[in-house]
Design a protein around this ligand. Structure first.
Ligand code: ARG
Length: 651
């Protein structure tokens, strides 16, 4: 058990005497923000004082009298209005450090209530190039799965590939009309990607052309409204004047938005119209949008040609994304894509109908929900099933085949509405005993504050991104060590470059957008993988220099000595590894683990400056320091490995 849970379990009984539910009060017991307040702080006396109408200091005194912390703390102090400051005893620290040193799991005990999880992540729509957004789901999902496993849970990772969607109709249409056969022979996936983009362009051309007159009419109306508002006589009434001004500003910005939309539309049209050959093709394929949909429908209905094409394309697309997964060291237990569920969709709808949960609306079969305005459509008027229907089938399949306690969906925040509805329908349908959680994440932004794009305005392909991170890491490694061998250089480029890329993603709160920045990502100074990897390599350097027999020391650790305050601080931090893991899993936030590792590495850097290992004043102090170094390195290495990041012995 870690210090925090031990302290909490001691407080829990005492708190239960004061309030019915001590959860909130227990949540206010935390590691101290500053070592001068001890190692942990219980700040619950203040809110309890308010709640119970008693002076907080009295409550703190009662709690301290009631809780016996002798086995754990050397000092328990009431400070200020009623803070309880707790200092761990050196004996407790020594016991736990010794246990951690001997333990491959560094003293992190596995949970005594293991659950079975499915983690649904990465899940790209194949046959479209993977882009920067996919890295977030892939990297966050992988870290969550690894940490859950380390914590003792059973995990099934599942890559719910989009392998059955409308993109296949588009590609099939492209293949039938625009194929460059020789390109397809040499680089098939590249040619499929080109076909997808090409069909997309012509579809966009026609839909834009169709939409433009409406937008133009909207603009005229918006401009008229602006003129009308401008022409209104000024009013003396302050409130009315303010309202008038606000309305005018709103109208102006609405008109501006429409102008922007029209400019974008005109650019889209021009891109096709300025090329005579493209314009000709566009004219010949005026019905392309509908035709592509029909190709998808034919595929779903089992049309032989389309099914044969799909069967030919899919393995190529899978191989292609597999290249990215191999580079990132990502392995899935299952890859049950959307196509896997195709046969089960009709039954899902039948079952929902039989249970009386559906209603017809405009020919579509819908599930209406009390707390949502719009229903969930499970079958369209033309008979087609939807993304949501597949997700319902997936929930049923996972429950029946994996008997899960929880499913985590690591998917872009823009799908929140989908998952909210999905989980409510699943609940209604009877899957109310399994946890269903949307682990959502924000957008990857460029330095300009807009979604990360290449100069030409395309979304950035994942492959190029990985290449660039490796190249930059290689340049830095070569600068630091011009004599580095080619093998080591390649290894460093991969470990530092791709590690940096993963860490940059993981260290930002997943729900926020984050700015993609190669320089920060590979910096040795800030909160980066490089900084942590550097801390690890530094320890290996110390161990090499002192020629210590670290394996023997691990077998029989000696008593720790804290000559400098930083040694004790580092020791306390190292024993908080399992607390960081617990906290990360509360709502699946890898940045909590990143922060913990960063703070550990920062303390280690201070320790390194202040405490010599080689020139320690006694053998026992030298060994104590070596043990701290070793435990730091192993904590960094294990923590990084849980994030999918490797380390190097030398940097
Ligand atoms: N293929 C989807 C997309 O790229 C993500 C799928 C997420 N998983 C799920 N079970 N819906 O948007």
């Amino acid at each position: 058990m870690n210090a925090l849970s031990e302290i909490k379990s001691h407080f829990s009984a005492a708190l239960a005497k004061l309030v019915d539910d001590p959860t909130q009060a227990l949540g206010m017991i935390r590691p101290a923000g500053d070592p001068k307040f001890g190692d942990y702080q219980a700040n619950c006396a203040m809110p309890l004082g308010k709640q119970l109408g008693k002076p907080p200091r009295d409550i703190a005194a009662d709690l301290v009298a009631d809780v016996s912390l002798d086995s754990l703390c050397s000092n328990v102090e009431i400070a200020g209005p009623g803070f309880i400051n707790l200092t761990l005893s050196d004996a407790w620290l020594n016991n736990h450090l010794a246990a951690a040193i001997k333990d491959d799991r560094l003293g992190v005990t596995a949970t005594d209530s293991p659950r079975k999880y499915v983690v649904d992540y990465s899940s790209p729509n194949v046959a479209k190039p993977m882009h920067v957004g996919h890295i977030r789901s892939t990297v966050i999902g992988d870290a969550i799965a690894k940490v859950l496993r380390f914590a003792g849970h059973e995990v099934i990772t599942d890559n719910h590939l989009g392998d059955w969607g409308t993109q296949f109709g588009m590609i099939i249409y492209g293949y039938k009309h625009f194929l460059d056969s020789s390109a397809f022979k040499t680089e098939p996936v590249k040619e499929l990607g080109r076909l997808y983009k090409f069909v997309r362009q012509i579809m966009d051309y026609h839909s834009t052309k169709k939409q433009l007159p409406t937008t133009q009419a909207e603009l005229v109306a918006a401009q008229q409204k602006v003129e009308q508002l401008k022409a209104l006589p000024e009013t003396g009434d302050k409130k009315a004047a303010k309202k008038q001004k606000k309305e005018l500003n709103n109208a102006i910005s609405a008109a501006k938005k429409l102008t922007g939309k029209i400019e974008d539309a005109q650019a889209t049209l021009q891109a096709t119209e300025t090329s005579p050959s493209l314009a000709k093709i566009a004219a010949q394929h005026a019905e392309i949008g509908n035709a592509a949909l029909l190709e998808t429908a034919a595929l779903h209905a089992g049309d032989e040609t389309n099914l044969a094409l799909w069967k030919q394309f899919l393995p190529m697309c899978r191989d292609d994304i597999q290249k990215i997964y191999s580079r990132l060291n990502i392995v899935f237990d299952k890859e049950l894509g959307e196509s896997f569920y195709h046969d089960q969709l009709a039954n899902v709808v039948k079952d929902l109908e039989a249970k009386g949960f559906t209603r017809e609306s405009d020919g579509a079969i819908c599930v209406f929900l009390d707390n949502h305005d719009a229903p969930m459509i499970v079958q369209k008027r033309d008979g087609a099933f939807l993304y949501a229907t597949t997700d319902l089938a997936t929930i049923k399949y996972r429950m029946e085949n994996f008997d899960t306690d929880a499913s985590l969906y690591v998917v872009d925040h823009r799908q929140s509405e989908h998952f909210n509805k999905l989980f409510d329908v699943a609940d209604k349908w009877g899957y109310n005993e399994t946890e269903l959680t949307h682990v959502s994440f924000g957008t990857v932004m460029g330095k300009d504050g807009k979604p990360f794009k290449t100069r030409s305005g395309d979304t950035v392909g994942l492959e190029g991104l990985l290449d660039e991170a490796e190249t930059r890491a290689a340049t830095i490694a070569k600068e630091n060590n011009p004599d580095i061998s080619d093998d080591l250089l390649a290894q460093a480029a991969k470990i530092v470059g791709l590690g940096g890329l993963k860490y940059a993603d993981l260290s930002h709160a997943r729900t926020s957008d984050y700015v993609f920045d190669y320089d920060k990502m590979l910096s040795v100074r800030g909160n980066s993988a490089t900084y942590l990897q550097y801390g690890y390599a530094r320890v290996q350097g110390i161990i090499r220099k002192t020629e210590a027999d670290i394996a023997a020391i691990r077998q029989s650790p000696v008593a720790f000595e804290f000559e400098q305050p930083i040694e004790r601080q580092l020791a306390v931090k190292l024993l908080q590894f399992s607390e960081a893991i617990d906290e990360m899993l509360v709502d699946y936030r890898p940045n909590i683990l990143c922060n913990y590792l960063f703070e550990t590495a920062q303390l280690f850097a201070k320790f390194f400056d202040q405490c010599s290992v080689k020139d320690a004043s006694s053998d026992s102090l030298r060994t104590s320091r070596l043990q701290l170094c070793d435990l730091t390195a192993r904590t960094l290495k294990t923590g990084l490995s849980l994030l999918g990041i490797e380390v190097l012995d030398k940097m």
